[in-house]
Design a protein around this ligand. Structure first.
Ligand code: SF4
Ligand code: ZN
Length: 387
């Protein structure tokens, strides 16, 4: 099948519908073959990482990523950057999910020595169309019985009073992570194709608070069709808008997943993943919102916890700089997520910072809504000739 070229101007007569652009790659032979290759009885991934408990104590957290049918919003439309369709299988059953769960527990010795369990489903755990209720119940009750802090992900529309009443009757205290991406209806609609509004987010948060469920909000740094400078300005506003109502804010800098709209924009040189320097700048600007009295994590003034994990940080498909300073900057960003201390960035510098600064200032004064970001690696002269 032909995948229509994703041109911004001029080349096509009629504007392509965002829905068709999102869906096209999921129906290609390579995507279908990949889906069919997964074993429904095995989870996608199981691993553990250092984390912080809800009271700010260092701990070990298990992450269980289940192989599921995926997200119901994806079935009917889908977000512009979401590559989860690569990891799902549309015939996964309740039995399969229970087998995956048993496998994960066995692999991690029944979560021995781990205070926290994150259960991710490439969609919403509490959505009955995606996950059989019996399995939702298993996860909620077993994590409660084992005394583990549970984190699940969900869109907003599942978080009704009725559903949360039911869930908290099984597990009275857990965390729901919502992929809000942007606290801006225009960005949600035209850049992300999220399928819900800030109003539904506000409603969901109100319901979660009513049942004393912790709220973790994911925001996206640099959605498609946005310049680096705009992304930087917007993200600080969004952090400010959700800080009071979120126990944690996790900023996900865009990383390019195969077969998505953002992948095609990237291939067509119409999008570059964020600079790591932009993330450092964002953290400096957001620090005053998170710690109004200049404190660090755990201090009295902490409004929320700000976490930044640059997935694929330092790689071309993730946030990156020039190549020589990347690992140092990524490590400092990761350290900040734990300490909340701006001193983590003291003394970190590189000559590419000047290029970043110039790009941002040019984007602020030129009418280039998609930005001017050039490739940051390799020979400068060749890059300029091919851009
Ligand atoms: S809501 Fe989440 S899982 Fe569903 S399409 Fe969007 S990003 Fe993907
Ligand atoms: Zn550099």
């Amino acid at each position: 099948m032909t995948v229509r070229k994703l041109a911004m101007t001029g080349e096509i007569q009629k504007g392509a519908k965002i829905h068709d652009l999102v869906k096209a790659p999921a129906n290609t032979p390579w995507a279908i073959e990949k889906q069919q290759s997964w074993d429904g009885n095995l989870p996608a991934t199981v691993y553990y990482t250092p984390e912080m408990t809800s009271d700010g104590k260092p701990c070990t957290a298990a992450t269980v990523i289940l192989r599921t049918k995926g997200c119901h919003w994806w079935w009917s439309s889908g977000c512009t950057f979401c590559g989860y369709f690569n990891d799902t299988r549309d015939d996964v059953t309740n039995e399969n999910l229970h087998a995956q769960w048993e496998h994960a527990k066995k692999k991690l010795n029944n979560f021995e020595g781990m205070d926290m369990v994150k259960v991710y489903t490439s969609g919403s755990l509490l959505e009955d169309r995606e996950i059989p209720v019996e399995f939702q119940q298993t996860v909620l009750s077993e994590c409660h019985e084992l005394g583990k802090e549970l984190i699940v992900e969900s869109r907003c529309e599942q978080l009704t009073e009725e559903k949360l009443q039911w869930a908290t009757s099984i597990n009275p205290k857990f965390t729901v992570a919502i992929g809000l991406e942007a606290y801006d209806d225009e960005v949600l609609k035209f850049h992300v194709n999220k399928g819900f509004t800030t109003k539904s987010f506000d409603r969901a948060v109100k319901n979660l608070q009513k049942f004393d469920i912790r709220v973790k909000t994911y925001l996206m740094f640099k959605p498609p069709f946005m310049s680096e400078a705009d992304a930087l300005d917007h993200i600080v506003e969004w952090i400010s808008a959700v800080a009071e109502s979120s126990d944690e804010i996790s900023v996900n800098p865009m990383n390019i997943q195969r077969g998505t709209i953002i992948d095609r924009l990237h291939n067509d040189r119409q999008y570059r993943p964020p600079w790591l320097w932009s993330l450092v700048e964002m953290i400096h600007k957001a620090h005053d919102i998170i710690h109004p009295d200049g404190g660090t994590n755990g201090d009295e003034d902490q409004v929320s916890r700000l976490i930044v994990h640059p997935t694929a940080g330092g790689k071309i498909r993730g946030s990156h700089n020039c190549g020589s300073c990347d690992s140092e900057v990524v490590a400092a960003i990761e350290r900040y997520a734990v300490s909340g201390d701006l001193l983590e960035f003291e003394g970190i510098d590189c000559s590419c910072k000047q290029t970043w600064r110039e790009e941002i200032s040019l984007e602020r004064c030129l009418p280039t809504p998609l930005g001017i970001s050039l490739p940051r690696r390799g020979d400068r002269a060749k890059v300029l000739r091919s851009a």
